[in-house]
Write a protein that binds this ligand. Structure first.
Ligand SMILES: Nc1nc2c(c(=O)[nH]1)N[C@H]1C(S)=C(S)[C@@H](COP(=O)(O)OP(=O)(O)OC[C@H]3O[C@@H](n4cnc5c(=O)[nH]c(N)nc54)[C@H](O)[C@@H]3O)O[C@H]1N2
Ligand SMILES: Nc1nc2c(c(=O)[nH]1)N[C@H]1C(S)=C(S)[C@@H](COP(=O)(O)OP(=O)(O)OC[C@H]3O[C@@H](n4cnc5c(=O)[nH]c(N)nc54)[C@H](O)[C@@H]3O)O[C@H]1N2
Ligand code: SF4
Ligand SMILES: [Mo]
Length: 763
């Protein structure tokens, strides 16, 4: 551990050594000693700073860190419940092995031996693809996942890699990949400088933002309005975000791509296309404008339910505002036209001259990774389909297959059939489409291992559960989200190990990953995980032109842990000269690396070294959108999802303070639709799709547009004996019983989780 006085809040006279909290001066033994531990909340993408107060080594309070350089004290109700999450008696703390159908506690050695044996039996048959992986959302929020998932994936040697990305943001990776050459070159709205924000399918007042790391999103929206700017929200539900916007446009679910295409055409018709400085690095503009010509304010009005007058006005406003940022999220991505919609968001940012320009949509520059300043644009470009899934032949995207295809890969016999599964921080049996099918597929696996902190609907099928530590007991550096941030920030948190109520006989999550990697590499359950740290340190050192041995020695004398040593090297070889771990340790409230800066063309990794706006891999999908335009609009009710501030996908439902109060898992129905169906508020109704049927409690409300119904995902904790007592008492219903796994966006493999035709009937 590092010598770090700052983690004592900068106020206590902590001595060096030990992890945060353990170094307080306790000389006045009879006086309760108070310490402050500062860390970043890992629960969502907002990266808020937390101030944790401990008295006599017990946590007494968690509040927003007012000195955090980015969040400035902002916090949501989830962040302050990390203590309850940590203390939850239902949280898994020791490895569990299933014996005769029941989980029994085991030692770490026994657990890893069981993993090596279980997967070993499948691998022995000679087919590495027979063991699949699923990486869930918290894996992306974890330092261990960010650093160690890649070597683990490589060692597993399986084509059957699945993740929550294909129920989420994969369309954005694909559109960025083809446009800019890098799937992670994702523009984020420059919230703090924009004059005009057009937001589609995002509800940051509940979600706190996604693919746009911006703690205190509500405050940043308010600031846009206070400086005379405009916020427009497009959503079939009048969300809290809509309520704090200048304008709200209820759109028919699933029609964003049509509307965005029409905006481009109307900007073009008004003669307002002006990519500005990007013109010199842009290919395919005219071709794009031609291909989009059939989509006009008039032609899409019937589908989108947005009047042609409004569409033309918004098009003009976008082009004429001093700066504009168009931003689309879950509601725009999780449809069958997700990649086109995501691409069109960027096309709009480009044609209005707002891409890579202050106040527009810009690229973050995180503190790690090879510096790009001054680099010549160009590279290998992006491609998909290097292999396909076995059964439905879905193309690989970023090394992954659509999670919608996981069940069929398990069920369908033949060479390459999936017989084993490793999950990390995920709950596909609640979060992925046709979840009932996944549930029974998982039950039929030969062997399954889950890294998770709960026995949930998914991990109950595991033969071995390997528990991660609670978020408070983990080191944290937000690898994923600093790359999607509205300011460039760096902040590192050490684990809060030795507070009395934090101590537990856990294993670091990165060590769990390291040991699994060694098992998958054939080195066995007893191999020393230190090997993994050395290999990684060596790789990063060599990439940065540094001597690995010298670096290793320096890290040891600085008392850095294995991951700290690697992080330090990543920072030192990153784009910010002079930045290193010691600087972060000395700045527990974070280091502000400044506002986003222009990064084009240096960031471009397309084969041409230019922005490839009309890449055929994308434009070849436009005929499908044309076909939609030519089809009569869907007449059935369309189901959309919903997030609530106090929930987090399918988990945190066992934290009492978060779930207490009114049932939130309700079916929202517009009064006009309720009237027509003869359904009243508080009654139960059934929802039926071609995939499944659920019964939910009805909430009649004009918050949902006519023709739209809404049910949140991640609920339905009524399976016997799992998750925990609190969650079981407020189970709700599982909306992914309704979502079909055959409906995907073909370019990205992303599932359709919104705009689902449903039949609703009162009970
Ligand atoms: N409290 C809380 N915060 C979270 C999460 C959580 O579960 N709870 N989850 C986290 C995760 S994993 C993510 S990815 C982010 C997601 O963050 P957001 O993208 O902000 O997600 P949502 O809050 O679901 O907002 C999506 C909105 O899209 C709307 N919508 C549905 N269909 C359509 C459509 O066809 N068109 C348009 N224009 N809108 C549509 C929905 O009504 C909804 O208001 O949130 C993260 N933060
Ligand atoms: N219908 C519908 N379905 C959706 C969505 C939607 O909008 N509508 N949203 C989709 C989106 S955006 C996402 S990201 C997915 C999420 O889908 P998943 O990632 O599959 O599921 P989560 O509910 O996030 O489950 C997270 C699991 O990780 C565990 N966990 C928590 N912390 C840790 C940790 O530190 N380490 C480990 N190893 N485990 C931990 C929790 O106990 C929980 O079991 O859901 C998707 N599903
Ligand atoms: S907004 Fe997100 S990061 Fe901030 S406290 Fe809440 S859950 Fe944590
Ligand atoms: Mo997500």
């Amino acid at each position: 551990m590092t010598d770090n006085p700052i983690l004592n809040g900068g106020s206590t006279s902590g001595s060096a050594g030990g992890s945060a909290g353990g170094s307080t001066d306790r000389s006045a033994a009879d006086k309760p000693s108070t310490e402050t531990h500062i860390r970043t909340c890992p629960l969502c993408e907002a990266t808020c700073g937390l101030e944790i107060t401990l008295k006599d080594s017990a946590i007494t309070r968690i509040r927003g860190d007012r000195e955090d350089v980015f969040s400035k004290g902002f916090i949501c109700p989830k962040g302050s419940t990390l203590k309850q999450l940590h203390a939850d008696p239902d949280r898994v703390r020791t490895p569990l092995i299933k014996r005769h159908g029941k989980f029994v506690p085991a030692s770490w050695e026994e657990a890893f031996e069981a993993v090596a044996e279980g997967f070993g039996k499948i691998w022995e048959a000679g087919d590495r693809d027979a063991v699949a992986m699923y990486l869930g959302n918290p894996t992306a929020h974890s330092m261990a996942g960010a650093m160690f998932a890649a070597p683990l994936i490589k060692a597993m040697q399986t084509k059957n890699l699945f993740s929550a990305s294909t129920v989420d943001q994969m369309p954005k990776h694909v559109s960025s990949g083809f446009l800019f050459g890098g799937p992670n070159s994702i523009p984020v709205p420059d919230l703090d400088r924009t004059d005009y924000l057009l937001m589609l399918g995002a509800n940051p007042l509940e979600s706190n933002g996604s693919l746009c790391t911006a703690p205190d999103f509500p405050g940043r929206l308010q600031a846009i309005r206070e400086r005379g700017g405009k916020v427009v929200t497009v959503d079939p539900r009048r969300t809290k975000t809509a309520d704090v916007s200048d304008e709200y446009l209820p759109i028919r679910p699933g029609s964003d791509a049509l509307w965005l295409a029409a905006l481009v055409t109307e900007i073009n018709s008004a003669g307002l296309v002006d990519p500005g400085r990007l013109r010199d690095m842009l290919d395919g503009l005219n071709e794009t404008l031609e291909l989009l010509a059939p989509f006009t304010a008039d032609s899409v009005a019937g589908h989108t339910r947005i009047s042609a007058v409004d569409t033309r006005r918004i098009a003009r406003e976008l082009a004429e505002a001093p700066t504009t940022a168009v931003y689309g999220r879950i509601g725009t991505h999780t449809t069958e036209y997700g990649t086109l919609a995501s691409w069109l968001v960027e096309v709009l940012n480009i044609v209005t001259g707002n891409l890579d320009s202050p106040g527009g949509a810009m690229f973050a520059e995180p503190a790690f990774g090879a510096p790009t300043k001054g680099r010549t644009p160009g590279g290998r470009g992006f491609s998909t389909g290097r292999w396909t899934s076995r059964v439905s032949e879905h193309p690989e995207v970023r090394g992954e297959l659509p999670v919608s295809a996981l069940a069929e890969e398990i069920e369908t016999a033949g060479p390459g059939q999936v017989r084993g599964l490793l999950t990390s921080g995920g709950n596909p049996v609640r979060s992925c489409p046709n979840s009932e099918r996944l549930d029974s597929a998982f039950a039929g696996l030969d062997f399954m291992v889950s890294i998770d902190i709960y026995i949930n609907e998914t991990t109950r099928h595991a033969d071995v559960i390997l528990p991660s530590p609670s978020p408070l007991a983990k080191p944290h550096f937000d690898f994923a989200f600093y790359g999607l941030s509205v300011r460039n920030i760096a902040n590192y948190s050490q684990p809060l190990h030795d507070a009395d109520d934090i101590t537990e006989p856990g294993m670091d999550e990165h060590e769990i990953f390291a040991r699994l990697t060694l098992i998958a590499s054939g080195m066995g359950a007893a191999a020393d995980p230190e090997v993994m740290y050395s290999i990684m340190l060596q790789t990063v050192a060599e990439r940065g032109g540094l001597n690995a041995e010298e670096e290793q020695a320096a890290a040891s004398s600085a008392n850095y842990t294995g991951v700290e040593a690697i992080l330090d090297l990543m920072l030192r070889t990153g784009p910010y000269e002079g930045l290193h771990l010691a600087a972060l340790l000395a700045a527990p409230h974070g280091i502000d690396l400044g506002p986003l800066r222009e990064r084009l063309p240096e960031l471009l990794r397309t084969a041409s070294g230019r922005i490839e706006m009309a890449h055929t891999s994308i434009t070849s999908d436009i005929p499908r959108l044309l076909a939609l335009l030519e089809t009569a609009p869907e007449e059935r009710l369309l189901l959309v999802g919903r997030r609530h501030l106090r929930s987090n996908n399918s988990w945190m439902h066992n934290v009492e303070v978060l779930v207490k109060g009114k049932q939130r898992c309700t079916l929202q129905l517009n009064p006009a639709d309720a009237n027509e169906l003869g359904i009243t508020d508080g009654q139960n109704a059934s929802l039926q799709t071609e995939t499944g049927k659920v019964v939910a409690l009805v909430e009649v409300t004009d918050l949902v547009a006519i023709g739209t119904v809404s049910l949140p995902h991640g609920w339905g904790h009524d399976t016997e004996g799992l998750v925990g007592a609190v969650a079981a008492a407020t189970p709700g219903v599982n909306s992914n019983i309704l979502t079909g796994d055959q409906f995907i966006d073909p370019l990205s493999g992303n599932a359709r989780l919104n705009a689902i035709p449903v039949v609703v009937a009162g009970l």
